[in-house]
Design a protein around this ligand. Structure first.
Ligand code: GLA
Length: 417
């Protein structure tokens, strides 16, 4: 009898594992994270003030939810191995902080790492996964970013599965944001493990840069964007490609910030702001809280955009035309299928000078074999709305002519008339 009971208990415990919280993150997660601006300089005042700012400055109203502390919140483990926050920086403890964030109608996120130490050298979760997941659940955590420093001698799929199972066993629905920098191609195996996975190394607030730190690189907006192009087929509701957190408001020009934000929305990327929300310019807030642009990111289909190129002879296109229309003149036209037979279009000017564009709709046919969506501009007219000017921009019966400023975008929404 005893044996049968223990077998039953074991079956119950196995069936309680082996999955992620499926209903979470059906549209890309939106929030804030401390790392890009503050790195290790985090404390409870910063988190409280940031939550208070997000709740009142229009961002919460625009859809932002998560207030996430990145690395360096950790103190030591106690005698039983339970992780404690740094007592100087978080004297009131994490439960009180989570309660405060929840009292603002927001959600609370935290950070750990699959190795023994985080990238910032704090205690991480290796060997403590179930204990940490239980602790997070008791604190009221809603989101876990899980990093990969010290992961070299681990198998990524196994390490991330262990933490997924630990979170599930702890019973509190927690968004699981995987951060192994794309090293092990998580898009091929993580759909049932994480709600999102980083696809590249860390971002830096620069539009077009590759910063060499000898043992690792940081990439600018264009470098990260280019790495997303082959990955769109792997993402969808509940399992997103994550091209890293936003650098809007962290030092790029307004044009660059606008282009960065627009492209992340075209990619259906998680929108995790990374600037000082307590102290930002009107322009920065205007970018982060533009609801019409955010609606492109949060569209119900969850399909990423692709770079448009005219279908012609493969040879010609490969040798000349694609080079000419996208790379050589540095202008890319991206299309994203939206619900209700609509589209978003984003003309990205990668150049340091303005470019004129002309797009004769009647001569173009946008077809996406992945989503099986097509736009026939010769037979169907779409109205155009400029999402940054928040104004109508005519329709597709006339050739689109525009000048796109340096490092900027023209972003339009197309709705069938
Ligand atoms: C890694 C991650 C970053 C950040 C730092 C913290 O570099 O990719 O996003 O979390 O660690 O140390």
């Amino acid at each position: 009898m005893k044996r049968i009971l223990s077998i039953l208990a074991c079956v119950a415990c196995v069936s309680a594992h082996g999955q992620k919280f499926e209903q979470l993150d059906q549209t890309p997660q939106m929030g804030w994270n401390s790392w890009n601006k503050f790195q290790c300089d985090v404390n409870e005042e910063l988190i409280r003030e940031t939550a208070a700012a997000m709740a009142t400055n229009g961002m919460k109203d625009a859809g932002y939810q998560y207030i996430n502390i990145d690395d360096c919140w950790q103190g030591q483990r106690d005698a039983h191995g339970f992780i404690q926050p740094d007592p100087k920086r978080f004297p009131s403890g994490m439960k009180a902080l989570a309660d405060y964030v929840h009292s603002k109608g927001l959600k609370f996120g935290i950070y750990s790492d699959a190795g023994a130490k985080t990238c910032g050298g704090r205690p991480a979760s290796r060997g403590h996964e179930y204990q940490d997941a239980l602790t997070y659940a008791q604190w009221g955590v809603d989101y876990l970013k899980y990093d990969w420093c010290g992961g070299e001698d681990l198998k990524a799929q196994g390490a991330y599965t262990t933490m997924r199972d630990a979170l599930y066993a702890a019973g509190r629905p927690i968004v699981f944001s995987m951060c192994e920098w794309g090293d092990n191609k998580p898009w091929l195996w993580a759909k049932d493990i994480g709600h999102s996975w980083r696809t590249t190394t860390d971002i830096t607030p620069c539009f077009d840069c590759d910063v060499d730190h000898k043992t690792w690189h940081q990439w600018g907006v264009l470098q990260i964007l280019d790495a997303q192009k082959p990955l769109r087929k792997y993402a969808g509701p509940g399992h997103w490609n994550d091209p890293d957190m936003l650098e809007v408001g962290n030092g790029m020009s307004v044009n660059e910030d606008r282009a960065h934000f627009s492209m992340w929305c075209m990619l259906a990327a998680p929108l995790i702001s990374g600037n000082d929300l307590r102290n930002m310019s009107k322009e920065t807030l205007g970018i982060l809280a533009n609801k019409e642009v955010i609606a492109v990111d949060q569209d119900v289909l969850g399909i990423e955009a692709f770079v448009y190129s005219k279908k012609r002879c493969w040879m010609l296109e490969h040798l000349f035309i694609r080079n000419k229309t996208t790379w050589k003149d540095g202008v890319e036209i991206w299309f994203k299928p939206l619900g209700g037979d609509s589209w978003a279009m984003c003309v990205l000017n990668r150049n340091k000078e303005a470019k004129k564009i002309s797009f004769d709709w009647k001569k173009e046919k946008v077809a996406d074999s992945f989503s099986k969506r097509e736009a026939h501009f010769d037979t169907t007219t779409y109205s155009l709305r400029n999402l940054w000017l928040k104004a109508g921009a005519g329709d597709t019966s006339k050739t689109l002519k525009a000048e796109v400023p340096d490092h900027d975008v023209l972003m339009l929404r197309l709705d069938k008339m």
